[in-house]
Unconditional design. Structure first.
Lengths: 354, 356
C-alpha cells in the first residue's frame, strides 16, 4: 500500500529535481500530443529540440533568444524571492526600449564611442522608472503590485504605438509605424561575423554573477530571503521593508529595460510596434523553472528559448502548427507547479499487514 | 567509331544537363511567412488561400504562421532561405527590414515583400493590392443603402494605405449621396476581435447604419448583424458570418500573383519589380452582392466594377477637396500613384482628425 505523507521539511534535493522532472514530463506529454495530431512523436521532438541547435548558427540563435529571457528572469528573481509579484516586466522592457530608443534616435546621424553607453544606460533607467511606479504605489498606498504592474504593460505598449505611429515615425518612411534605423554607434557589437549573437549576452552574464553574489553573500540577500519566507518575521527583525521593495523593483526594472535595449540595439536596430514577443511574461516561467537560482535561470532560459526555435523548425519541416511552442511553455509551467506537490509530500510504501 | 563515341558522349552530356535544369526548374519551392494564424479569416487566411493555389499549380510550399515582427522574423527568413526554398513571400509590412537584410545574404533566393517599399537588392520585389478600388464599390453601396446618412468606419492605423481607403470610400459614397458623413474609430490594431467589436458598437451608437472596416476579424460584421445594420466583409468573403448584415466583401486574391511569380522563378524569368494590382488584374475581388440591394444598385455596382477594371473610372478623380476645402486633385485629373502612396489627409466629408 502507498500512503501520502506530509514532509517535515521541504526536500532540497527534490527542489532542484522537479524542474528536470517537469521538462521530462513535458517531453512525454508533447510526444503524446504530436502522436494524437498524427505526427511521428520522436521525429517531431527531434525537429523541436535538436535540429534547431544542431549547427553553429542555430546555437547562436538559441543564445540570442535566451539572453533577454535570462536577463529579465534574473531581475524578476529579486522580486519573487522577496515576495514582490512583479508581473509587468514586459512593460518595463517596453519602456526601457522606448527611452533608450529615443536616445538612440537623437544620435541617428552621429557616430561616436560614447553613444552606445548612453543608450544602454537610458534603457536601464527607463526600466527602473517604469518599475518604480508599482513599487511606490505598493509601499505608500498599499496597492496590489500584481495588478498595477500588469496593467502598466498595456500602457507602455500604447505609448510605444503612439510614438512610432506619430512623433517618432521615420520621416522618410511613408508614415509606416516604425522609426529611423539607429546609427551603427548605437548598435550593440556582434560577437561573430555572420551570427546575430551580440554583446548583450555579457549584460545577462554579468546579471547572473551579480545576482548570485547578492543572493548568497550579502545582508540584502539574506533580508530578501527572510522576507520571502515570512513578511512578519522580516518586520519583527526590523528590516526596512519599504526600502527593500523599491530596491528589488528597481533592479528588476533595470534588467527588463536592458533586455529591451538588447533587442532594439541588437537584432532589430530601430523601434517599431513589436520589440518583444512577450519576453517579459515568458521570463516569469523561466524564473520559476530556474528555481529563482541564477544558475538555474541560465538553464531554464535555454530550455524555454528552444521551444520558440523548435516551433519554427517543426512548422517548416513537418508542418506542425507553430503555436505548439506556446503549448510546450504552458506544459513546462504546469508540470513544474504540479510536481511541486512532491516538495511537501512524499509517498510512503507500507507493507500490507494481516 | 571514335568520333561517334565522342559525339554520343557529348550529346548525352547535353541531354543530362537539360534534364537536370528541367528537374531543378520544376522543383521550385516557395515559402510563406505569415503574421497571424492561417485561421484568422482575414489577411493571413487569404495569403494561405494564395499559397494553396501555388500548391495546386504543382509546386511545393512551406509556411510559418504567427511570426512576430520582432527579432524573430529574421531567423525564420534565414532558416527558410537556408532550407532549399527558392522564393519567399513575406506577407506583413513589419518584415520589410529583415527581408532586405536576409535577401542580401542569399542572392540566389527571391524575396517578395507585401505592402513595403524597400527593394534594396536585385532579388527583392514588392507587391500590394489596390484595395481602394474595392472601397470605391463599398462606398457606392454604403451611400445608397444608408438611411441615417451616417456611415461608420473602423480603421486600424493612420498610415497612407488606410487613409486612402477611407477617402476612396467616402468619395464614392458622396457621389451617390452628397449628405453622408463618414465617422471613423481608430482601433489601433489589425486583428483584435474584442477591440473591433467595441469600435463597431461605438459607431452604431452614434447613429451609423452601415459599417465599413479596415481591420481583419469577423467581429465587426457579427456586431452589425446583432445590431441590425449593414456591413462589409474584409479580406475574405465574410457572408457566412453575418448573412443579413454583409452586403458584399472585398476579397484579397493573391493566388494568381503567387502562381505567376513562382512560375517565373521556375522559368528563370523572375525579375525585380513593384506590383500594385487592382480589380483589373484580379488581385482585388468583389464577392457576390446581397439580395437586399435593389437591382438597379446591383447593376450600377457591376458596371462600376467593370469600369474600374478597364481603367475607365479611377477612384480618385477630381475635383477632390480636403477637409479644409483646399483642392487636392483638379477637375478632370486623377491622383497619381505617388500621391496615393503618401496620402495622409482626409477628403471633405470625413469627420474628425487623423491621429498624430
Amino acid at each position: 500500500m502507498i500512503k501520502i505523507v506530509k514532509r517535515d521539511q521541504p526536500s532540497k534535493a527534490i527542489f532542484f529535481f522537479t524542474p528536470v522532472l517537469a521538462i521530462f514530463l513535458t517531453l512525454i506529454a508533447g510526444g503524446i500530443i504530436f502522436y494524437i495530431l498524427g505526427f511521428k512523436p520522436f521525429e517531431a521532438l527531434k525537429f523541436f529540440f535538436i535540429v534547431p541547435i544542431a549547427d553553429k548558427y542555430g546555437f547562436s540563435e538559441l543564445l540570442l533568444k535566451a539572453t533577454p529571457l535570462c536577463l529579465i528572469a534574473i531581475g524578476l528573481s529579486f522580486c519573487f524571492k522577496s515576495n514582490n509579484w512583479n508581473i509587468g516586466a514586459e512593460g518595463q522592457l517596453t519602456f526601457g526600449a522606448i527611452v533608450s530608443g529615443g536616445v538612440a534616435l537623437l544620435f541617428y546621424d552621429q557616430e561616436g564611442f560614447y553613444i552606445l553607453p548612453i543608450v544602454i544606460l537610458a534603457g536601464a533607467i527607463g526600466g527602473m522608472i517604469y518599475a518604480s511606479i508599482p513599487a511606490i504605489l505598493k509601499t505608500y498606498f498599499n496597492t496590489n503590485e500584481i495588478l498595477v504592474s500588469l496593467m502598466l504593460v498595456y500602457v507602455s505598449k500604447l505609448i510605444l504605438d503612439y510614438l512610432v505611429v506619430g512623433p517618432w515615425s521615420n520621416p522618410e518612411g511613408f508614415n509606416f509605424p516604425e522609426t529611423r534605423q539607429f546609427s551603427d554607434s548605437a548598435r550593440l557589437p556582434l560577437l561573430f561575423e555572420g551570427l546575430r549573437i551580440h554583446a548583450g549576452i555579457f549584460l545577462a552574464l554579468a546579471a547572473v554573477v551579480i545576482s548570485w553574489f547578492v543572493f548568497y553573500k550579502t545582508y540584502l540577500g539574506f533580508q530578501m530571503k527572510v522576507s520571502g519566507f515570512s513578511l512578519k518575521t522580516a518586520k519583527y527583525a526590523g528590516y526596512k521593508g519599504k526600502k527593500m521593495i523599491i530596491l528589488v523593483f528597481l533592479i528588476s526594472g533595470a534588467c527588463a529595460g536592458l533586455a529591451g535595449v538588447g533587442e532594439i540595439t541588437g537584432p532589430i536596430g530601430q523601434l517599431h510596434r513589436e520589440v518583444s514577443p512577450d519576453y517579459g511574461f515568458t521570463a516569469i516561467i523561466v524564473a520559476f523553472l530556474g528555481r529563482l537560482h541564477p544558475v538555474g535561470i541560465i538553464f531554464a532560459s535555454l530550455v524555454v528559448a528552444i521551444t520558440y526555435l523548435g516551433a519554427e523548425t517543426a512548422q517548416i519541416f513537418m508542418q506542425i502548427p507553430k503555436y505548439t511552442g506556446q503549448v510546450f511553455q504552458g506544459m513546462i509551467l504546469f508540470f513544474l507547479l504540479a510536481s511541486d506537490y512532491l516538495l511537501f509530500f512524499k509517498f510512503k510504501f507500507i507493507g500490507s499487514k494481516k | 567509331m571514335h568520333k561517334f563515341l565522342i559525339r554520343s558522349f557529348v550529346s548525352s552530356l547535353v541531354l543530362l544537363f537539360t534534364l537536370t535544369v528541367a528537374a531543378i526548374a520544376k522543383d521550385v519551392k516557395a515559402a510563406f511567412v505569415y503574421i497571424g494564424p492561417t485561421g484568422d479569416h482575414g489577411w493571413t487566411y487569404q495569403h494561405d488561400v494564395g499559397r494553396k493555389a501555388v500548391e495546386a499549380a504543382g509546386f511545393k510550399t512551406t509556411y510559418v504562421e504567427g511570426v512576430p515582427e520582432s527579432a524573430d522574423a529574421e531567423r525564420v527568413l534565414r532558416q527558410l532561405a537556408n532550407s532549399g526554398h527558392d522564393i519567399i513571400f513575406t506577407t506583413s509590412f513589419g518584415y520589410m527590414n529583415p527581408t532586405n537584410k536576409v535577401a542580401k545574404e542569399f542572392p540566389n533566393v527571391k524575396f517578395e515583400h507585401a505592402t513595403g517599399y524597400k527593394r534594396e537588392h536585385p532579388n527583392v520585389a514588392t507587391y500590394a493590392a489596390r484595395f481602394y478600388e474595392g472601397r470605391t464599390i463599398l462606398g457606392t453601396i454604403a451611400g445608397t443603402m444608408t438611411k441615417s446618412n451616417v456611415i461608420g468606419y473602423v480603421a486600424s492605423f493612420p498610415i497612407p494605405e488606410v487613409i486612402r481607403g477611407i477617402n476612396s470610400f467616402t468619395l464614392a459614397a458622396q457621389k451617390v449621396n452628397p449628405n453622408i458623413k463618414t465617422k471613423i474609430v481608430w482601433a489601433f490594431t489589425w486583428y483584435d476581435p474584442g477591440k473591433e467589436a467595441e469600435a463597431a458598437k461605438a459607431l452604431i451608437d452614434q447613429g451609423a447604419d452601415v459599417i465599413a472596416q479596415h481591420t481583419d476579424s469577423t467581429a465587426i460584421v457579427q456586431m452589425a448583424e446583432k445590431a441590425g445594420v449593414y456591413a462589409f466583409g474584409q479580406a475574405s468573403d465574410m457572408d457566412k458570418f453575418a448573412p443579413k448584415a454583409v452586403l458584399t466583401s472585398v476579397e484579397n486574391n493573391w493566388g494568381p500573383y503567387y502562381v505567376d511569380r513562382v512560375k517565373a522563378v521556375a522559368n528563370g524569368t523572375w525579375n525585380q519589380k513593384d506590383t500594385w494590382h487592382g480589380i483589373g488584374d484580379g488581385m482585388v475581388v468583389i464577392s457576390g452582392l446581397d439580395s437586399q440591394m435593389p437591382s438597379d444598385l446591383q447593376a450600377k455596382v457591376k458596371k462600376l466594377q467593370a469600369d474600374l477594371a478597364s481603367g475607365k473610372v479611377h477612384s480618385f478623380t477630381g475635383p477632390i477637396y480636403d477637409q479644409k476645402g483646399n483642392l487636392m486633385v483638379a477637375e478632370g485629373k486623377t491622383a497619381d500613384d505617388g500621391m496615393l502612396a503618401g496620402m495622409m489627409t482626409y477628403v471633405k466629408g470625413v469627420e474628425g482628425d487623423i491621429p498624430k
